[in-house]
Ligand binder design. Structure first.
Ligand code: SF4
Length: 356
């Protein structure tokens, strides 16, 4: 596609965005934007971190809760780690929650509470990678940064009919996304590309007939739209086996341990496990352990088949600490550990009324 055609396609996309932009709690819509309303960089950054590998629908409520609890980056920086991790529970990828705090604290400590306003400056913050830096620079500060996520890759692969399979096509797709990025309204352009990929140029059934850039799309012309981007077959995920122990005292207190700060579910509270996660460990105590069920949980790189053992115990544990039942909140556990708790609770009630 020639440069002037790219510019035309970019203009068509912005016209569409002016009428069809999705409403999101962190977004300043195109009309407000043209009236001079600026997005809060804190909101843009927070939403982008939350949206990594999570859907907009899932993020809305988390975002509202976070900004109600911590209205500014300074408030978030001053928050207790455990409070933030608790609110993050369910969003997954806990390393992101730790990075979120580290980043908020760096913004307050090193930048007087203001986010740097360029992609390069944003890259210097902990946990901010090239995608987030570009997205915040474009959306919050209207910098012509090239913002490329999975949606944008797909749109570019189709617009330019790139047949190289992913991930080898990535550098080429970044270059092509750059050709489309305008100097005027780059923030709206970035959001328009995201919206197009999420609502029109969708992975399986692109709605080419209502697409604002249909006239410029080489894949549509070649009848290849739904086949791109091409992908190499994924290797099957390995399966790991593991055991987890749920111990409860007669007074209802539950044994939990904080997970190591790095690694899977790092820093989160959980039930002691046997080393499937690299954290290692035997049963937390001698007890009449009963197998109460099993569950499968899928992480990014592997499936985990976990056997759940439960017991009512009186002895002191060799690992972890008992949390009184009044203070134990399953909702604050990561998803895997909530599944473990549900399994233990349901089955243990079946085998004895003694489960408090
Ligand atoms: Fe995607 Fe179809 Fe639009 Fe091309 S015409 S960008 S394939 S929705």
């Amino acid at each position: 596609m020639r440069e002037e055609v790219c510019e035309e396609a970019g203009r068509a996309l912005l016209r569409w965005y002016d009428g069809q932009a999705r409403v999101m709690p962190w977004r300043v819509g195109p009309q407000d934007r043209q009236r001079g309303v600026l997005p809060d960089p804190y909101h843009v950054w927070l939403s982008e971190v939350m949206l990594q590998q999570t859907t907009v629908a899932a993020v809305r409520e988390y975002f509202r809760r976070f900004v109600a609890l911590w209205p500014t980056v300074a408030d978030l920086a001053a928050a207790e780690d455990a409070a933030v991790m608790g609110e993050w529970a369910g969003l997954g990828y806990y390393a992101r929650a730790r990075n979120l705090l580290a980043c908020a604290r760096a913004v307050v400590r090193d930048h007087g509470g203001r986010f740097p306003d360029t992609a390069e400056g944003l890259r210097s913050l902990p946990g901010v990678g090239p995608y987030t830096a570009a997205a915040v620079a474009a959306i919050a500060f209207d910098r012509p940064a090239v913002v490329v996520d999975g949606n944008v890759e797909r749109v570019c692969a189709r617009l330019f009919a790139v047949e190289t399979p992913m991930p080898a096509a990535k550098p080429e797709l970044v270059r092509l996304a750059g050709l489309l990025t305008p100097m005027a309204r780059p923030g709206d352009h970035a959001q328009a590309m995201m919206d197009l990929g999420a609502t029109v140029c969708t992975p399986r059934k692109p709605a080419c007939e209502i697409c604002p850039v249909m006239a410029y799309c080489q894949a549509r012309r070649a009848g290849l739209a739904a086949d791109l981007p091409r992908k190499l077959p994924k290797p099957a995920k390995p399966v790991r086996q593991g055991v987890v122990w749920v111990a409860m005292r007669p007074d209802g207190a539950v044994l939990l341990e904080d997970r190591p700060p790095r690694g899977l579910l790092g820093g989160m509270p959980g039930f002691p496990g046997d080393g499937w996660d690299g954290a290692g460990g035997a049963a937390p105590m001698q007890a009449d352990w009963r197998e109460v069920g099993g569950l499968r949980h899928t992480f990014t790189h592997f499936h985990l088949d976990l056997t759940v053992r439960a017991a009512i115990v009186e002895a002191n544990p060799m690992r972890g600490a008992f949390v009184p039942r009044s203070a134990f909140q399953p909702a604050n556990l990561p998803t895997l550990m909530r599944k473990v708790w549900d399994t233990a609770t349901v089955r243990a009630v079946e085998w004895g009324a003694t489960w408090p």
